[in-house]
Design a protein around this ligand. Structure first.
Ligand code: NAD
Length: 266
C-alpha cells in the first residue's frame, strides 16, 4: 500500500483526491495538508469531504508529518508547490504536482527537487487529455504549415491562471512538432485592427464561467476543411484518478522528471 499525503486537501481537487485515494486498491491516505493558519487545520478530512471520519486531521505543516506518507500529491497554489518541492526533496519523498501557473522560479524549485526524488508533473492528469496530446502531435506533423492552429479553452469562474496549463501544454506539443518556439509564436487573444493572420502563429482563446470543469479544443483550420480535436472533462475525478495512478506508479522510481506519457505508457 502506498501512503499518500495531499497538499491543498480542502480545495476542489484536494477533496476529490481524497475520494480517488479511497477507491484505489493500492493507495491509502496518510496525511492531509492545508494552508498554515487555515481555520480548517485540525478538522478531520473525511468529515470535511462528507465521507465520515477518516481519523486523519488537516495539518498546516508538511514537515510535522513526514513519517505519515510515501508520496506527496500537490494541487494547491504555485507558492505552496515550490515550498512543498523543496521539503519533499529534503525528506526523500516522491512528488506528484498538479498545480498550474508556476512562474520560472517556482518551476526551478521543482526541477531542483527532481534531481533528488522522482517527480511527476502534468498540467492535466486525465487519460483523455494525455491521449489527445499524442493525437495532436500526429495531426500537427501531418498537416504541417498548411493550417492555421487555434486553441480554445473554457473553465469555471474560480480558475486563477489563463490560458490553462493544459492549453499551453497542447500548444507546446503542436509547436514542437512543427519546429516552432511557442514563446515566440503564441498569440493570447485578439482585439481591434489585428490585420491578416500569420500562419506561423498559434492562437489561444479563453472562456471563464459557471462550473465548467475543463474544455479544450485544438482547431487545425485549412482552406476547405477543418480538423478539431476536443476534450471535455465533466468531473474532477478524471484528474484525481490520474494523479493517484501517477503516485502509485512513481513510488520507488529513480529521481527525475516524469510525465503522464510515461505513467500511461503512451
Ligand atoms: P482550490 O483553490 O479549490 O484549492 C487549492 C487549495 O490549496 C485551497 O484549499 C488552499 O487553501 C490550499 N493551499 C493554499 N496554500 C497552501 C499551502 N501553503 N499549503 C497547503 N495548502 C494550501 O483550487 P483547485 O481548483 O483545487 O486547483 C488547485 C490547483 O490545481 C490549481 O493550480 C489548478 O489549476 C490545478 N489543477 C490541475 C489539474 C491537473 O490535472 N493538473 C486539474 C485541476 C486543477
Amino acid at each position: 500500500m502506498i501512503r499518500i499525503g495531499i497538499t491543498g486537501a480542502a480545495g476542489r481537487m484536494g477533496r476529490t483526491l481524497v475520494e480517488a485515494v479511497d477507491e484505489h486498491p493500492g493507495a491509502t491516505l496518510g496525511a492531509a495538508f492545508e494552508r498554515p493558519g487555515s481555520s480548517l487545520v485540525g478538522v478531520d478530512i473525511g468529515e470535511l469531504c462528507g465521507r465520515g471520519p477518516a481519523g486523519i486531521c488537516l495539518q498546516g505543516s508538511i514537515s510535522d508529518a513526514l513519517d505519515a506518507f510515501d508520496v506527496l500529491i500537490d494541487f494547491s497554489s504555485p507558492e505552496a508547490t515550490a515550498a512543498a518541492a523543496e521539503l519533499a526533496a529534503r525528506a526523500g519523498k516522491a512528488l506528484v504536482i498538479g498545480t498550474t501557473g508556476l512562474d520560472a522560479a517556482q518551476q526551478a524549485a521543482v526541477e531542483r527537487a527532481s534531481a533528488t526524488v522522482p517527480v511527476c508533473q502534468a498540467a492535466n492528469f486525465s487519460t483523455g487529455v494525455n491521449l489527445s496530446l499524442v493525437l495532436l502531435e500526429t495531426a500537427a506533423r501531418v498537416l504541417g504549415d498548411t493550417v492555421d492552429i487555434e486553441i480554445l479553452e473554457a473553465h469555471h469562474r474560480h480558475k486563477r491562471d489563463a490560458p490553462s496549463g493544459t492549453a499551453l501544454a497542447m500548444g507546446d506539443v503542436v509547436a514542437q512538432a512543427l519546429g516552432r518556439d511557442l514563446g515566440s509564436v503564441a498569440v493570447y487573444g485578439r482585439e481591434g485592427q489585428t490585420g491578416p493572420r500569420d500562419r506561423q502563429t498559434i492562437g489561444f482563446a479563453t472562456v471563464r464561467g459557471g462550473d465548467i470543469v475543463g474544455d479544450h479544443t485544438v482547431m487545425f483550420a485549412a482552406d476547405g476543411e477543418r480538423l478539431e480535436i476536443s476534450h471535455k472533462a465533466s468531473s474532477r475525478m478524471a484528474f484525481a484518478r490520474g494523479a493517484v495512478r501517477a503516485a502509485v506508479w512513481l513510488a520507488g522510481r529513480a529521481p527525475g522528471r516524469y510525465g503522464m506519457r510515461e505513467v500511461l505508457g503512451l
